[in-house]
Design a protein around this ligand. Structure first.
Ligand code: PMV
Length: 365
C-alpha cells in the first residue's frame, strides 16, 4: 500500500482583498485528508466502481500521473468537512498527487527530472513518452515525491474542477503546510517560494516561519454549515466595488491589516495577531460578505478569544477564533449552534506515510 496525507487550511488574513492583489495569509490545520492506494484487478474508489465524473480531482491526477498504469483501489478518508472553505479538495488533491507519485517513482536523467512539474522551472512539463536509455535512473518511493510538484498538480486540478479559476493559496498551503502568504508582489522579510501563473494572473507565494510560542494558542473553527459558493461571494464584492468605488479603501486597509498581522505572527505577538484578525473581520463585514449565522458564532466566541473573524469566502461557511482557551471557546460556539474543530496553527504539510507498493515503472511499458 502507498498512503499519503495532507492538511486542510484556513485563511487568517486577506480573503477577498487577495483577488485585488493584497496579501493573503493561510495556515495549515490539524485536520487532514488521507489517500491510500493498492493494486487491484479493477479501478475502485472507497470500494465502489470508480466513476470519473464523481471524482474530478482524482480523475485529473490519474490522467497526469497514472495514464497507462495498472488499476488501483483508492481509499479516501479525512476529517475536513467538504465545501466549507477549509481546503478539503486541495488536501485531497495534494495527498492523491503525493501517493500516486510515490507509487510511480520518478525517472531522472543525471540529476535532473526527466518528467514532472517543476516549480523551479515552470516550463519543465512532462511531454512523454520518455525514451529510456542506459545510465539513467529512477527515484522510487517517497524520494520521488516533491511538495512543489504536488502543489502545482493540486493547483492545476483545482482550477480544472472550478472552470479555470483558482488561486494557489489552498494548494500551496495544503502541500507545504505551515503558514503561506500569497501576494501580487514579493513581500520583504518573508521566504519567497515561487511565482504561480494561471490565466494571465500571477501570484508570488511565500512561506512564513512561525515562532514556537504559537503552541500556546489554538484556532477554534466554527462551521455554520450554511453553504455559500465562493464564486457568488467573489462576484458580490466585485459588484459592490463597481457601484461604490470608495469601498476600494476597505480592500486596501485589509492589505495593511494583513501585513500588520504577518509582523505580529512572525514576532510571536499573539495578542497583536488576534487584534488584526478582528479588524480584518470588521472590514470584511463592510464588504458585505459576513452573514447573520457567522456573526452569531463570532459574537459567541469573542469573549474568550484573542481575535475572531470569518474565514474564506464568507456568506456562510466557517469562522475562526484565536484563543488560549479552546475548550471554553469551542463550547461557546457549539452552544450558539456551530459545529467546531480545534487546531493548532501551522500544521505539517504533505506526508507520505506508507510506501509499500510494488513500484509501477511507466517507462517499462
Ligand atoms: O474558498 P475559500 O473559502 O478557500 O476562500 C476564498 C478566498 C477568496 O479570497 C474569497 C477567493 C479567492 O479566490 O482568493
Amino acid at each position: 500500500m502507498v498512503q499519503a496525507s495532507a492538511p486542510g487550511k484556513c485563511i487568517l488574513f486577506g480573503e477577498h482583498a487577495v483577488v485585488f492583489g493584497q496579501p493573503a495569509v493561510a495556515v495549515a490545520i490539524d485536520q487532514r485528508m488521507t489517500v491510500s492506494l493498492e493494486k487491484n484487478s479493477e479501478w475502485r474508489i472507497d470500494g465502489m466502481k470508480f466513476i470519473s465524473k464523481r471524482h474530478p480531482h482524482v480523475e485529473a491526477l490519474k490522467q497526469r500521473l497514472w495514464a497507462s498504469g495498472p488499476p488501483l483501489s483508492v481509499k479516501i478518508k479525512g476529517d475536513i468537512p467538504p465545501a466549507s472553505g477549509l481546503g478539503s479538495s486541495a488536501a485531497l488533491s495534494v495527498a492523491a498527487a503525493g501517493a500516486l507519485r510515490c507509487a510511480r517513482g520518478r525517472q531522472l536523467i543525471g540529476q535532473d527530472w526527466a518528467e514532472g512539474f517543476s516549480a523551479r522551472n515552470p516550463n519543465n512539463v512532462y511531454q512523454g513518452p520518455w525514451e529510456n536509455s542506459a545510465g539513467d535512473s529512477i527515484l522510487i518511493g517517497n524520494k520521488s515525491v516533491d511538495v512543489d510538484e504536488c502543489a502545482i498538480l493540486a493547483h492545476a486540478v483545482e482550477a480544472h474542477a472550478q472552470g479555470g479559476r483558482a488561486s494557489p493559496l489552498d494548494s500551496s498551503t495544503c502541500s507545504h503546510g505551515g503558514c503561506i502568504v500569497l501576494s501580487d508582489k514579493v513581500e520583504r522579510g518573508l521566504d519567497w517560494l515561487y511565482t504561480r501563473k494561471l490565466n494571465g494572473v500571477a501570484w508570488e507565494v511565500h512561506s512564513v516561519d512561525l515562532p514556537s510560542n504559537i503552541d500556546d494558542v489554538w484556532l477554534v473553527i466554527g462551521n455554520t454549515e450554511v453553504h455559500a459558493p465562493t464564486a457568488d461571494q467573489v462576484s458580490k464584492v466585485a459588484t459592490l466595488l463597481k457601484e461604490n468605488p470608495d469601498k476600494m479603501k476597505e480592500i486596501e486597509t485589509i492589505g495593511i491589516v494583513a501585513r500588520r498581522g504577518i509582523d505580529a505572527l512572525v514576532s510571536g505577538d499573539m495578542d497583536g495577531v488576534g487584534i488584526a484578525m478582528t479588524e480584518n473581520h470588521l472590514l470584511l463585514r463592510n464588504l458585505g460578505v459576513s452573514s447573520p449565522e457567522l456573526e452569531n458564532l463570532i459574537s459567541a466566541a469573542a469573549p474568550s478569544s484573542l481575535g475572531v473573524k470569518l474565514t474564506g469566502a464568507g456568506g456562510g461557511g466557517c469562522m475562526i477564533a484565536l484563543t488560549r482557551n479552546p475548550k471554553e471557546t469551542s463550547e461557546a460556539i457549539e452552544l450558539a449552534g456551530g459545529k467546531t474543530l480545534i487546531s493548532r496553527l501551522a500544521s505539517k504539510g504533505l506526508a507520505v506515510e506508507d510506501t509499500n507498493l510494488q513500484i509501477w515503472n511507466p517507462f517499462d511499458n
